[in-house]
Design a protein around this ligand. Structure first.
Ligand code: NDP
Length: 277
């Protein structure tokens, strides 16, 4: 039997762990999936996508810097992609529409709740950053009905714009946005969605946001504890989690969208952790 074709598209792409993750999912579930990595030219994303589906491809993951373009070129969007303004998953639906989904938020929530037993309902959450990753996870985080969700960003205006954008989805959650200096109370969960850790930098935060029961989550991951997680642990955080689980959970959610089968992520996280760590 011929395998169904899937791929991740980005630029650069050689570092991507997605082919390994999806081939582990395929082996585990027995689904006939072949998954590759495609580097699209910076000015040729749309042609790359169109060419892939014209050749009979079944689904794509999209990564930096094309998530917004993927969202824009789709003719249909799921609810979680619509508000995210970015897509990490594309497929052709039963009516032939190029459909955009965003599984990043579902991946973050699954990693926190399922893999780490971190409660979100009625909790006070601080999220750092106001770029694509934070926008992508806002809807699924608010759907968990935290008591408060505070967005803090280097450019405070962007955090306020994001808070306004999601004002109609807050339910009973208190939602506000501002700069890094503004949160000075203890939070139950602090999520780092900035790219500061990539440069080994730390947002200028008050250590007063960390208490003995605070859990921190850095969307970044690597062999060593990230700069942000190290800072939080040094200031007394109860636990620090990195973003490898989010990466694998967003992949599992995309696999489920495409194949209708939910892979077991635990062995895949363990296999990738061995490589990262
Ligand atoms: P964007 O470029 O869209 O946004 C970057 C954000 O980081 C902005 O809010 C920016 O602030 C802030 N920032 C950048 N540098 C610094 C700094 N030195 N100090 C403080 N703030 C800074 O990136 P993304 O939102 O796409 O990605 C953010 C992070 O999330 C990356 O590390 C990425 O690897 C990670 N990620 C992880 C995923 C996973 O599955 N684990 C999935 C998606 C992303 P400003 O607005 O002021 O410029």
């Amino acid at each position: 039997m011929k395998n169904d074709l899937y791929a991740v598209v980005g630029n650069p792409i050689s570092h991507s762990k997605s082919p390994r993750i999806h081939s582990l999912f395929a082996a585990q579930t027995g689904e006939p999936v072949e998954y590759t990595a495609i580097q699209a030219p910076l000015d040729g994303f749309a042609d790359t996508v169109t060419g892939f589906f014209d050749r009979g491809g079944c689904g794509l993951n999209i990564t930096v810097p094309f998530k917004e373009q993927a969202w824009a070129m789709a003719s249909k969007r799921t609810w979680r992609a619509e508000k995210a303004g970015a897509a990490n998953t594309l497929f052709i639906d039963g009516d032939g529409h190029l459909t955009a989904d965003n599984t990043d938020g579902a991946g973050l929530v699954a990693d926190l709740v399922k893999n780490h037993g971190v409660a979100l309902a009625n909790q006070r959450i601080l999220i750092l950053g106001a770029g694509g990753a934070v926008r992508g996870v806002m809807g699924p985080l608010l759907a968990e009905q935290p008591r408060a969700l505070v967005i803090a960003n280097r450019t405070p205006a962007k955090a306020r714009v994001l808070a306004d954008l999601f004002a109609d989805e807050v339910g009973a959650t208190q939602l506000r946005g501002g700069g890094f200096e503004q949160p000075t109370e203890v939070f139950d969960l602090v999520i780092n969605g900035t790219s500061a850790s990539l440069q080994g930098e730390l947002p200028p935060l008050s250590p007063a946001i960390i208490g003995p029961s605070t859990v921190v989550y850095d969307m970044m991951y690597g062999p060593d504890t990230t700069t942000f997680n190290r800072w939080a642990l040094d200031n007394g955080a109860r636990a620090a989690i990195d973003g490898l689980g989010m990466l694998i959970e967003q992949a599992a959610a995309a696999f489920a969208v495409w194949r209708g089968v939910q892979p077991d992520t635990a062995p895949v996280i363990a296999a990738l952790r061995d490589r990262v760590g």
